[in-house]
Design a protein around this ligand. Structure first.
Ligand code: ATP
Ligand code: MG
Length: 746
């Protein structure tokens, strides 16, 4: 086991530096910002105090003050209390976020100092000599580890020489140079190649040796150790409630536990960069989807591997990457941070915060591309995922683990349906991920504000790759979202993921593919665009109980042009999902919102998750609607229809009206059943189309107050016997006969 003297020396020195610099710096920032934090807390307290001081109307006045006023005062008080509580919570959160941000900044500066100081010390005596004395040992280790990779063998097939380079900070004794050279020659001879051996000096390495065979680098230098040290220290967790001492102690631990091993990695070269795409050579053993790091610190992901070059997309600012510079293989597949910390946040596809609420400190990562669960690991869809929208829960029900496409022209209420579904998950324990691809920033912010307002942001993450971001960001966004959702699925929880929308995703992928020089196919999309969406949507699943029973439900959205669902991307996604909700512009403009086309929308598996009661009432609704549509088609042009037909038409129109629903106002399952039942039974005669929704809500409230046993029947969700049907009908008639329920109160 090779033991590095200097890593121990480093530890001792660095520990001393930490105490010297760290304490002072961190304490200083606390003093400066304490005031700001204090102010925010005061505000929250003030708000709570004001609420406490709100007058309570004494009982004795109840004769004088009308009861409604007493109730109203109570409601105001309650809402003020809630607001104050929310304010306090959010202030606390913000303070913690701020603190964490400050600590992280300060720690980063501290790490800079540590690394700079360590570099200075190791370059001077006595450490310099101590490290130089180890050069022989390093050489032994290089000789022991040196090997020929498959990439080198492939290279030698087309070239007769392989480049071998030995670099050191100081001139090396000839014996070391010769020993290493001889071993390299011997090794290459075995496979019929010859080395082209170079010996270089580079003072920036500070100390130690770096040896390179082909693409592979064996790094024994101080410079590399410091690079690793910095990366390890920056990755350490920060919660935000630590004090200065704890931060320093943690850095200590980081240095103490630093592994003294050597780095072995592959190095390549940038050939050209343009439009966010980079071509490289070298890196012979690299894999599809792997992460590479450029000299400037930017990162990219490999998307194309050709015989003599590798294509990758650059995540960040590609202007900073120059041709001819080095690129290093990081040794992992592209991944994103996942976990509970992301809930309530708006992030970019790499998991960086976009909402100005402070950095997100990752605890766990998942690869963005991950094989979908296999068939034996899955279970059939059996649990409902209520959207709270009548037209969907009754006619195209969605089950957990299902993939249901929302498809329609622009501005037909596609996003609204998905947002409603997210809002309706409140209190169900289902986590939601909303992936916005190619949308305007303002639209995404509106959605965030709406979700925050109704308290849905607590369990939701928004992954945002706006229209202004690069095609590579838009391309990986849904995969990143899927990884975040999978985290919860494999933990046994339920997740809902919305891809808004995959048409724009396909366009982004087309852009990337054309830039990578792949041939274009139908509608100029690359041939593998089907596979792209297939491997994304296959990741939605209901896991079997042995695998934890978690689920991911996917709601992809597709925008059509002039209702053309037979275009390339729509047909692809239709065939990849378990059904579609088809929204129609004509219905939308007629005022039938949500504009679900009941005839063309289907759900292939979701009905297995409906309650028997919902199945019973929706089966009848579906038949009645079909009859209505047929008649409505016939009678469109003639006004002369007999009384019986007129009656069917009128009742059909009422049913359509019963499927209208406001946005952001989801309805519990039993209330949906109640309204559909009442309309099917013809109880809604005389109710205007516009008033149907409020009528239904009022009816439900009255039933709850006056006939709790019938209400319980609806809540139980079992199939109704003929007697129960009669009882429910009578109860509803009773509620309607006595609208305000005033008789009993009086
Ligand atoms: P885009 O193609 O721009 O993404 P979209 O199909 O996602 O649009 P939404 O943004 O959901 O459509 O809705 C468009 C508009 O339709 C909204 O501004 C909203 O006012 C209206 N709308 C949607 N659903 C309803 C509804 N149920 N009731 C009333 N209005 C609605
Ligand atoms: Mg939309």
């Amino acid at each position: 086991m090779l033991h590095f003297v200097y890593s121990i020396i480093n530890f001792l020195i660095l520990a001393a530096i930490l105490v010297l610099f760290g304490r002072k710096a961190v304490l200083a920032i606390f003093r400066g910002r304490r005031e700001r934090i204090g102010r925010a807390l005061d505000e929250a307290e003030e708000a709570q105090r004001t609420t406490a001081e709100l007058p309570v109307i004494p009982e004795a006045f109840s004769d004088v003050v009308p009861e409604a006023a007493v109730q109203e005062a109570g409601a105001i008080r309650e809402s003020a209390r809630q607001t104050a509580e929310a304010l306090r919570k959010s202030t606390e959160e913000t303070v913690r976020g701020l603190r964490r941000e400050m600590l992280a900044d300060e720690r980063a500066r501290l790490i800079d100092k540590i690394v700079a100081r360590a570099a200075e010390l190791t370059a001077s005596e006595p450490y310099r000599s101590a490290i130089r004395a180890k050069e022989e040992t390093f050489a032994d280790e290089i000789i022991r580890r040196m090997e020929i990779t498959p990439g080198d063998v492939a290279y030698l097939r087309h070239h007769d020489q392989l480049y071998v380079t030995l670099t050191s900070a100081h001139p090396l004794p000839q014996s070391i140079v010769d020993r290493i050279g001889a071993r390299a020659e011997e090794m290459l001879e075995e496979i019929g190649g010859k080395p082209s051996y170079w010996v270089k000096e580079d003072p920036e390495l500070i100390g130690g040796l770096r040896f390179r065979v082909g693409d592979t680098v064996y790094d024994f230098t101080v410079a590399d150790r410091l690079y690793q040290l910095r990366r390890d220290l920056e990755k350490r967790e920060l919660r935000g409630d630590e004090d200065a001492d704890a931060v320093i102690r943690d850095l200590y631990e980081g240095i103490a536990s630093m592994d003294a091993g050597i780095s072995e990695f592959q190095l390549g070269r940038v050939l050209s960069v343009s439009d966010g795409i980079c071509w490289m050579d070298g890196l012979a053993d690299i894999m599809y989807g792997e992460v590479v790091e450029f000299e400037c610190g930017e990162r990219g992901m490999v998307l194309d591997i050709e015989a003599d070059r590798i294509g990758c997309v650059i995540y960040g600012r590609y202007e900073r990457v120059e041709s001819g510079t080095k690129v290093r293989r990081v040794g992992r597949i592209a991944s994103v941070p996942v976990g509970e910390d992301l809930l309530g946040r708006v992030v970019d596809p790499l998991g960086h915060a976009l909402d100005g609420r402070g950095r997100i400190f990752e605890r766990e990562r998942r690869p963005i591309e991950c094989p979908a669960p296999s068939i034996p690991d899955r279970a059939a869809v059996s649990r409902p995922l209520h959207t709270g929208i009548r037209a969907i829960d009754a006619l195209v029900p969605i089950g957990k683990g299902q993939r249901e496409l929302i498809i329609g022209d622009r501005q037909t209420g596609k996003s609204s349906i998905a947002i409603d579904a997210i809002i309706n998950q409140r209190g169900t324990g289902t986590v939601c991920i909303y992936v916005a691809i190619g949308q305007k920033d303002s639209t995404v912010m509106e959605i965030r504000d709406r979700l925050t307002k109704v308290g849905a942001m607590d369990y939701t993450t928004i992954v945002c790759a706006p229209a202004s971001s690069s095609a590579s960001f838009q391309y990986i966004a849904p995969f990143a979202g899927a990884a975040m959702a999978e985290y919860f699925m494999y933990k046994g929880q339920d997740a809902l993921i919305v891809y808004d929308d995959l048409s724009k995703h396909a366009v982004a992928y087309r852009e990337l593919s054309l830039l990578l020089g792949r041939p274009s196919g139908r509608e100029a999309y690359p041939g593998d665009v089907f596979y792209l969406h297939a491997r994304l949507l296959e990741r939605a699943a209901q896991l079997s109980p042995e695998n934890g029973g978690g689920s991911v439900t996917a709601l992809p959205i597709i925008e059509t042009q002039a209702g053309d669902i037979s275009a390339y991307i729509p047909t692809n996604v239709i065939s990849l999902t378990d059904g579609q909700i088809f929204l129609e512009s004509d219905l939308f403009t007629e005022g039938q919102r949500p504009a679900v086309n009941v005839g063309l929308s289907v759900s292939r598996v979701g009905s297995a998750a409906q309650t028997r009661l919902m199945k019973q009432v929706s089966a009848r609704l579906r038949m009645d609607l079909a009859q209505y549509r047929e008649l409505a088609g016939f009678t469109q042009f003639g006004s002369d229809v007999d009384a019986a037909t007129r009656k069917v038409l009128a009742s059909g129109r009422r049913m359509m009206a019963a499927l209208r629903q406001r946005r952001f106002d989801p309805l519990p399952d039993w209330k949906q059943v109640l309204l559909i039942f009442a309309v099917s039974e013809g109880l809604s005669e005389g109710v205007g189309e516009e008033d149907m929704e409020d009528w239904g809500r009022a009816l439900a409230e009255r039933l709850e107050a006056k006939h709790p046993e019938e209400c319980a029947l609806l809540l139980a969700g079992g199939k109704l016997t003929p007697e129960e049907t009669d009882a429910l009908r009578d109860a509803l008639k009773d509620c309607l006969a006595d609208p305000a329920g005033e008789t009993e109160a009086a």
